[in-house]
Design a protein around this ligand. Sequence first.
Ligand code: NAD
Length: 510
Amino acid sequence: MLDMHVISDTNTPLPAEPYHARHFIDGKLVDSADGATTERVSPSHGIVVSRAARGGEAETIRAIKAARRAFDDGRWSRLSGKDRAKVLNRVADLIEANEERLAIIETLESGKPISQSRGECGGAGDLWRYAASLARSVHGESHNTLGEDILGIVLKEPIGVVSIITPWNFPFWILSQKLPFALAAGCTAVVKPSEMTPSTTAMLAELLAEAGLPPGVCNIVLGHGDPVGSLMSTQEDVDMVTFTGSTAVGKTITKAAGDSLKKVALELGGKNPQVIFPDADLEGAADAVTFGVHFNVGQCCNSSSRIIVHQDIADDFVSRVVELSRNVAFGNPLNPDTQVGAIVTPEHNDKIDSHVRAAVAAGAEVCLGGASLTVPGLGDQFYQPTIIRGVTPDMAIAREEVFGPVLSVLTFRTLEEAIALTNDASYGLSAGVWSDNVHTCLEFARRAQAGTVWTNTWMDGFPELAFGGVKQSGQGREIGSYGFEEFLEVKSLVMRIGRTREPWVKKRSP
Ligand code: NAD
């Protein structure tokens, strides 16, 4: 057994019975017409956490129609920004008041530590509040120099009905990166959470109703990609799809939405590097690398799953990261001291392991971990913190998203080489650089192909700052004013003043 910090116990009791998650259509909580349900078994505790209605075509079409009606009759889209902000702020209050209830079920469905779930669920309130502030800031532009008798105005209007499709790794947080911004813009929505983590999205329905969101403005359909997600990507009544998930499904959605030319915004995978120069604060860098790869058991689009470390310090730096990784508290996600919890499914655990086996077969060396982890009393749906050295840029482990606590170590000699390795990837979500030299940091930041660059830190995020990726990590941006703009359409208005327009048809002489 690996010498590491494993926590198996907790004082938090398990829920007495599974949560019954229902769809939310036109303001009502409903089960599926055919009574179909899906059970979610906790990855850490093996109990049935939730029994969720499993949506089919009937529920999905009803939800889309409800969103269309609600948009077209203006019950939300024609409200003032002030009135929309009032509702969104009330939702934020209710989210914060319900943090613990949301956090417990988020932990049991996803396997993530309770401290993290509390931060994500309670912290999501801030995203709702920030979006509420944007609801009052929508403005376009005016053109007063088009001629004496013309005034040109560019208006911003809500895009319409938005389909929101979310993954299992940050269910409530990612929902809150999308839904309040769409609502702030005046859009109506149909939401589908992952079939593995439906409950906190379903719980939000109760909070939306309590906050006074008019019926039909946000509809939630629980269920699988097929048929729910695919109908949400193809129906004519939907104007835009915003999706967070795998690059493969993102491509499928883009193709499906193409037939009706919907706008598509995508937040997809990443293979995010941290580059470490010898002049950096190496203690801080080692801590950030350990955090970057083990946070959410590496099941994170922003996971820093590869480091590119200067050859002169590589041995020392890797030893520091190995030591720190042994001290990270893995184990029972209900214990408040646990930092890293369970892997989402047994199949995913096997997939992580097969990535590690393939790297070893390709000639890489495992210097920590490299196998499942058994937590006493909770089973083996956990994975050891794993560090792999001797990785070359051509190996699959250096290029593919592993989505587990597995760090690949590559080395460099010059800044040029570090930038080339950073950009040698099909993904471009985020990248980081550690150096005390501002010139090194700035040159790296300018040339790295990534939607976010961190210098001397990792994964600091703020609602004000746009988030998203380049290359195959996605298209469009989320949060910040740029993310908000995605939900707005632009309309030009040309106003002639007085009756000065030259007639096009010339008068004929009799
Ligand atoms: P996934 O692509 O398997 O599923 C995401 C969602 O899409 C789920 O709700 C699923 O039911 C739905 N879906 C599946 N097939 C569909 C289809 N044909 N049409 C419409 N919807 C469909 O992803 P996942 O396994 O839940 O999440 C992990 C992936 O998400 C990783 O690749 C990760 O990098 C990515 N991710 C990206 C970000 C980001 O912001 N860039 C954030 C979190 C996760």
